[in-house]
Write a protein that binds this ligand. Sequence first.
Ligand code: NDP
Length: 255
Amino acid sequence: MNSLFDLSGKVAVVTGGNGGIGLGMATGLAQAGATLVIAGRDEHKNLAAVTQLQTLGATALAVPVDVQSEASIHALVEQAVKHFGRIDIWVNNAGMNIRKPPQDYELAEWNKVLQTNLTSAFSCSQAVYPEFKKNGSGKIINIGSMMSLFGASFATPYAASKGGLVQMTRAMACAWATDNIQVNAILPGWIDTALTRQARIDVKGLHERVLERTPAKRWGLPDDFAGIAVFLASSASDFLTGTAIPVDGGYSIQG
Ligand code: NDP
């Protein structure tokens, strides 16, 4: 039974893996035996995350990347393959938000959110595809949001990017199924991270509204993403592709 979820010998790249949900997933993958590549812009945060994973006994490498740059993404793939010889799992987790009413966005702000959250996932998936093809298998995990499902008055480009991620997941899942590459999305509910700590400052009453609507009556934690990441990265999910799985304490099914 354990071997279904065993990731020994597998190499996983997590964009934005240096904190929050990304580090929660990286920790789960490491505990299941995977070797980790932690890829964010902030080199100090990258190194701290790698040290944390190493204390669990994992092999881990920090690679600085800005996912807004295709060249930086290609350099990340190159570094990972140079160090570990292969990539088996890719988590498109890097993301950001700019919160304001739709009429107030500069086009540059719209482009930045779309580039960071959606276009980057397209470019990363495209960049890792030859490695997966070479291996005869691969797992891509895209991190969506409740805003893949719902609108939010303060997050037009974010909602567009996260909705787009789900459709991209489905399209790539169809295209690459016969290459034995599974492409799935996780839709986090409201999770306590740096991203939402700022949201709670920017959006009045958000904290209380989240608690009220979430059946589990709590905010999620980065650790809540360890299990789903292992499942979607392991052979336990080999016949599962193109899905978008909410991990939200029931937020999305509350009437
Ligand atoms: P964090 O702000 O803690 O994490 C965001 C991560 O993305 C950081 O590691 C950051 O690292 C990285 N990142 C941002 N921009 C770039 C970039 N241009 N290039 C490389 N890395 C980048 O927030 P969360 O953990 O909450 O967010 C992780 C993902 O989960 C995001 O996609 C977010 O949209 C999604 N999500 C979060 C929810 C929540 O409630 N927290 C809910 C739904 C979805 P660095 O700054 O070093 O580059």
